[in-house]
Design a protein around this ligand. Sequence first.
Ligand code: ZME
Length: 534
Amino acid sequence: MMIAYAERFVHESDAEARQDDGVSGLDLQLQGILDWSPAAAAAAARDFGGLRSAKPRAVVRPSGADDVARSVRAALRSPSLTVAARGNGHSINGQAMSDGGLVVDMRAAGAGHFQVVVGAGAGAGGAHYAVVAGGALWDDVLERCLSYGLAPRSYTDYLGLTVGGTLSNAGVSGQAFRHGPQTSNVTELEVVTGQGETLTCSRSDNSELFFAVLGGLGQFGIITKAKILLQPAPDMVRWIRVVYADFGEFTRDAESLVTRPDGDTFDYIEGFAFVNSDDPVNGWPTVPLEPGQRFDPSRLSPDAGSVLYCLELGLHHQRSNPPSDVDSVVGKLLGRLGFVEGLEFRRDVGYADFLLRVQNAERDAKATGLWDAPHPWLNLFVSRNDIAEFDRVVFKGILKDGVGGPMLVYPMVRSRWDKRTSVVLPESGEIFYLIALLRYTLPYPEGPSAKQLVSQNLEILKTCKENRIDYKLYLPYYQSQEEWKWHFGKQWGRFVERKARFDPMAVLAPGQKIFSRSSVPGKIASDGGPAGLH
Ligand code: ZME
């Protein structure tokens, strides 16, 4: 019923649009579908954050990269249309929205181009890789690769995200300390630029475009294909959580683990802060890994504070090896750590189950309505030089009662991040921390209003600034170019040059609010386009 209606609507409106309001560019000549239905616009007007909404004029369901290019060229022909690529809609702040413009549903072409190449021999260092559509979901990529006994090397915590979406930001999880973010594990991209050209790029060909697009927040091109480095997949993960009361000891152990040689550390390293209480959402019960395990608070020293820390570790192993092998490796690695004795939890899980662990949380959150409520999340990178201060003023101060969800804090190593990408990191230090405040709260009035939580985020950032904490937003969002200039710092000039070169009319990703359509600094003046201001 719904589908029949939608299809009829698409056809009628599509025909109407051709003789439409003077925007001749809307004859896209797609192989796929131009969806004018109110339902499509409403869906593309919202995202996982649930904090803002901007309706596109129509939604493109591309059948492949050519349709993506046609969409960009149509926008270029019109005086004001913009184009946003939308993956699985997990932005928090409307980054994939296009107010009155086109949203390209990248998932529609996500099943195209799926190729796994096993042991390529001499080329590419003999590595294994997969070539996947930009709109493919990471959980699909994983599944396909596993059928060849292979797997990506670097992930996000949650795999219901598209490849193009995470590569446009960075893509981090517990493997990033070793392999770098996902942007460090891709060797080639196919990109539709803001000029409507489809180009293949890599470190050696069109390298400026390649590095621009990685972490480029969608500003330079739409990723339609990616060649992703793979590794042989292990079949099991020994999953471990150990608890600390002292932040200094927590960071000392975490930093030691992320800087040791590969064979002398874990394969996955994350951490989180939690509240020293029996609160089921923020406290002790969030630590044990399986039902039979219990968090025994009597193990804590009486002078433990109101916030505790947990290192989360994973060691890959093979089912065919005797369990005593992994026990002895784990025993040796844990033996050097200073966690609270007795507050240690272990569990063996299949590799895929481990990587898909957040999907369990998704199922629960959907059942309780927490998934569809607003998610005013805040993600930061904080220099190791200031992480103790951050702990003091933010975790032990503003957030001492938790955020109603995970508060991730774990270190990563700068040398695994390529300086040439568009990703922005803190200014100082070889080690920096990821901070992720992942609020899952019931919608108002059952929970706090989104407005209150957003203002707490602003308070955290203000406090960081006042205390001169060296931080950058991860998955950044700002309202003005002034703030973006601050965000990019010394890299602003390069970012603007890249924009002028690859999207001179600022057609792409308007939801980031970095540039305005037809008013790119230094370029647009000569185009004589209208200089739209926010
Ligand atoms: C760095 C980051 C992690 C951004 C989002 N996340 C997560 N999102 C949802 N659930 C999660 C999560 N990390 C752990 N669980």
